[in-house]
Design a protein around this ligand. Structure first.
Ligand code: NOJ
Length: 580
């Protein structure tokens, strides 16, 4: 979605990463955690209004426990007009009434904790919603007032200020400035928004903004939240000095890597996280944080440093093709980076912003990777015809990639529904679409609704009109084929994707060992093979990205995504083998 760099092949050796701090056994829980992302509105609906809610999550804690995840990360559940799926926050210290109450939150957190599952919440510091009390106050106040200084307001250009302060564009398409009407009814100043116009950017040069976010971090930490996912972590600090620069400035690739881009990844942003880290470290165990920072790989380390947020997402696997060389390079480079910062690596194949990986890997060649905002032709834009997807191949490869990911040192982030092998919903009627990227960017991006369709819990439609999601419909339409991925059907089938995820997560726990990996075999092979040492000897992980069956090392097969015959691993599959 944001500026994205392809990494070069490195082939560098992988040094061991820093070892966990065992002096406080609970302080390092995050290092190799399997974290399950919940998109709350689409997980489980307890009150039949078609929108998932916190009580719905509480009712599914046994499911999460059986799945075997270490933590859940909840996308925003705060009061919101849902102009951007909840990433437009009205109040950072409350729950949207449609999703529940603070008491419901406490109950949910207690149930998760009782099941041994940690809780991570999303913090959205780059922008508030336009309904936030600060923004309302800013609109009601005069230009130049303290209330306006919490945001980025500027006079327009042109004789009557009728032109935006500059020509910068927003991530979701269209201009990045919106004009307001002043109290006397005249057209007035403009405010800046990197995303939708309902998401005015905060001014991170304003001390009140700093104070308020520290308060929010404390509010949730005091409620027992274990960690935070930080939205658009690389966007907070901006240089608005040269705001009359033309559009070319924000597209200059060299600026992205230097810390000098006016909008992204500026060096000053780390002073914010140094402040946050002090607060997070007041807690025992310290609260964790993971940065969503779409930055050049070499600049990610700062976000992940112990003086900063402590961990940063790498979206490199998610952007890689199903290709041995690309996977190997991504893994090697990221483990080396993690070693340099002392953080553990993060791995992601799917989330609420991209096309599900079971679909990406089944798209016809040349159709792009189906990633929202990626350059080139996008399958979704062509109408997302399910007939064009080789769903069976996509799923085989998705399981192979997942088994590989879950075997890597570091923490793995899973997105709700991937454990069912759920495919992207390509076809959603225009009238039902919700994502602002669709509305602001018509004909260029279809948006992210297709991975946000509510989960199917029950195969039989008789169990409610929304495959057991709730008792009365779902806020995005579920296609009829969702029944094939329903939780109850998969629970009853030992060959299902759900059964595979449960086995893989259970094995992963058993096998947890030092954050080390050793490559075995040639770097240019279609087969990736690495070993993970544990106290009980090593286990080997082999993924076959090629077409022909590949030999496996001799030993006990601990996990395989396809049947191993005659000691050989079929194409598009992964096996874990205990050797010696
Ligand atoms: C990143 C989030 O993952 C995405 O869903 C959201 O639209 C943007 N940040 C803006 O908050």
């Amino acid at each position: 979605m944001h500026h994205v760099q392809r990494r070069p092949r490195t082939g560098a050796p992988v040094p061991p990463t820093a070892q966990p701090d065992r002096t406080n056994p609970s302080a390092d829980w995050w290092r190799q955690a399997a974290v399950y992302q919940i998109y709350p509105r689409s997980f489980a609906d307890s009150n039949g209004d078609g929108i998932g809610d916190l009580r719905g999550i509480t009712s599914r804690v046994p499911y999460l426990a059986a799945l075997g995840v270490d933590a859940v990360w909840l996308s925003p559940f705060y009061p919101s007009a849902l102009a951007d799926g909840g990433y437009d926050v009205d109040d950072y210290r409350d729950v949207d009434p449609r999703l529940g109450t603070l008491d419901d939150f406490d109950e949910m957190a207690a149930a998760l904790h009782a099941a041994g599952i940690k809780v991570i919440v999303d913090i959205v510091p780059n922008h508030t919603s336009d309904r936030h009390e600060w923004f309302r106050e800013a609109l009601a106040s005069a230009p130049g007032s303290a209330a306006r200084d919490r945001y980025i307001f500027r006079d327009g250009r042109g004789e009557h200020g009728e032109l935006p302060p500059n020509g910068w564009t927003s991530i979701f398409g269209g201009g990045a400035w919106e004009r307001v009407t002043e109290n006397d009814g005249t057209p007035g100043q403009w405010y800046f928004h990197l995303f939708a116009k309902e998401q005015p950017d905060l001014n991170w040069d304003n001390p009140e903004v700093h104070e308020d976010f520290l308060r929010t971090l404390r509010f949730w930490s005091d409620r027992g939240v274990d960690g935070f996912r930080v939205d658009v972590a690389h966007g907070l600090k901006k240089d608005m000095e040269g705001i009359h620069d033309d559009l070319a400035t924000i597209h200059r690739a060299d600026l992205f890597d230097s810390g000098e881009h006016p909008l992204w990844d500026r060096d000053e942003v780390h002073s914010v996280y140094a402040e946050w880290r002090k607060v997070l470290n007041e807690y025992n165990p310290p609260r964790t944080a993971v940065a969503e920072a779409w930055v050049h790989a070499d600049r990610r380390a700062k976000y992940a440093s112990p003086e900063g947020l402590g961990q940063a997402f790498n979206f490199d696997l998610l952007q890689a093709d199903f290709d041995a060389g690309q996977f190997r390079d991504v893994i090697t480079k990221n483990l080396a980076e993690a070693a340099a910062t002392g953080a553990s690596s993060t791995w992601v194949l799917s989330n609420h912003d991209v096309v599900r990986h079971a679909t990406r890997y089944g798209l016809p060649k040349g159709s792009g990777r189906g990633i929202a905002g990626a350059d080139g032709k996008d399958w979704l834009l062509d109408g997302g015809d399910p007939a064009e997807v080789d769903a069976a191949l996509g799923l085989r490869r998705a399981q192979a990639a997942t088994a590989l990911m879950l075997a890597l040192p570091g923490s793995a982030y899973l997105y709700q529904g991937e454990e069912l092998g759920l495919q992207e919903v390509g076809r959603i009627p225009e009238t039902e679409r919700q994502d602002p990227t669709f509305f602001r960017n018509r004909g260029v991006e279809v948006g992210r609704d297709g991975c946000r369709v509510p989960l199917p819990w029950k195969a039989s439609p008789a169990e409610g009109s929304s495959f057991g999601f709730g008792s009365d419909g779902s806020h995005l339409p579920q296609p009829a084929w969702f029944k094939d991925y329903a939780v109850d059907a998969e629970e009853a089938d030992s060959d299902s994707t759900l059964a595979f995820y449960r086995r893989a997560l259970a094995r992963r726990r058993e096998l947890e060992g030092p954050e080390r990996l050793e490559w075995v075999g040639a770097a240019d092979d279609d087969v990736l093979h690495f070993a993970r040492p544990t106290a009980q000897g090593s286990w080997h992980v082999v993924t076959n990205f090629g077409d022909a069956p590949a030999p496996l090392p001799e030993g006990e097969i601990l996990l395989a995504t396809a049947e191993v015959e005659g000691g050989k691993l079929p194409a598009n599959a992964t096996a874990w083998v205990r050797v010696g």
